[in-house]
Design a protein around this ligand. Structure first.
Ligand code: NAD
Length: 279
């Protein structure tokens, strides 16, 4: 079975660099989809309270019989639960649905700056980590200004920032912050969520032809070779298998550079919500 490389988080815990994401996997479908992912060899699952499918993820994990320590499970604190002590109730609810005693990574889902509760949420995530309910903690969709604020308020650097990242939206300012602070980056929407013709881009298509792989595999390789953590979503077994089979070839430096050039660098490549506008 393919061996997925691991990266070391600032907590000292290891994270498999490739996982399986379940955004928009319907609650009723989640158990089957995650069971298939686990059968194919995925050991890292990315879900969130707002996806409504934590129970299905948990059922698949229980059914698999895979020892807990071989799995890496991430879930996220939803925006309405950032204030006061609400994060403590939220993690307990997520753990109950997942049927787990701890998650490997718990993230603040969005900064929701108008609410101005993301720094409180971060303080509570630190308590949640200290209580042993999450091995590592991090954030999602945080811009450098939000990262600066939570580090200033608590002195604790998130293990990861999970951000929209794909060839047309590379977020170099957040990557620079991460490199400076020893934080890892996770790409969400790594395939652009299928919302723009990424796979037909000549830079991607040419590399796919050169290596005899699919365009999706080229794009996933591009993330992995840049040291980024990635968990593409598909509910189709063949695509899930293909997305996991990305360790048998390597993009050249030139191929990476031509894919790097796909970012218009004016923010227009974004396919999801803007962190300042999701509130
Ligand atoms: P993605 O970029 O993984 O795109 C998924 C889509 O790509 C699929 O629906 C399918 O249309 C296509 N696809 C997948 N594999 C393919 C293949 N081999 N060939 C051709 N097409 C293929 O988008 P995503 O699901 O939004 O992102 C991945 C994960 O990131 C999510 O499942 C979720 O876990 C996470 N996420 C997090 C946030 C956040 O705010 N933190 C937001 C969105 C997603």
């Amino acid at each position: 079975m393919t061996s997925v490389p691991t990266l070391t988080l600032n907590s000292g815990h290891l994270i498999p660099q490739l996982g399986y994401g379940v955004f928009k996997v319907a609650p009723a479908e989640a158990e089957e989809a995650v069971s298939t992912a686990l059968e194919l060899g995925y050991r890292h699952i990315d879900t969130a309270a707002i996806y409504g499918n934590e129970e299905g993820v948990g059922a698949a994990i229980a059914r698999s019989g895979i020892p807990r320590e071989e799995l890496f499970v991430t879930t996220k604190l939803w925006n309405d639960h950032q204030a006061g002590e609400a994060p403590h109730d939220a993690i307990r609810s997520s753990l109950e649905k997942l049927g787990l005693e701890y998650v490997d990574l718990y993230l603040t889902h969005w900064p929701t700056p108008e609410k101005n509760t993301f720094s409180n949420a971060w303080e509570k995530l630190i308590e949640i980590r200290d209580a042993g309910l999450s091995r590592s903690i991090g954030v999602s969709n945080h811009l450098p200004e939000h990262l600066d604020r939570i580090v200033k308020d608590t002195g604790v650097v998130p293990a990861v920032d999970q951000i929209e990242l794909h060839p047309a939206h590379q977020q170099s300012d957040i990557l620079a912050w991460a490199a400076e602070h020893g934080m890892h980056i996770e790409s969400w929407g790594p395939l652009g969520q299928g919302k723009y013709p990424l796979f037909e881009a000549p830079a991607v298509a040419a590399a796919a032809a050169a290596h005899g792989v699919s365009p999706a595999q080229v794009v996933l390789r591009w993330h992995l070779q840049r040291g980024i953590i990635v968990f593409p979503k598909s509910v189709h077994r063949e695509r899930m298998a293909q997305n996991f089979d990305v360790f048998g070839f390597e993009l050249t430096a030139d191929e990476i550079t031509t894919i790097d050039a796909l970012d218009p660098r004016d923010g227009s490549g974004r396919v999801g919500g803007h962190p300042l506008e999701v509130n």
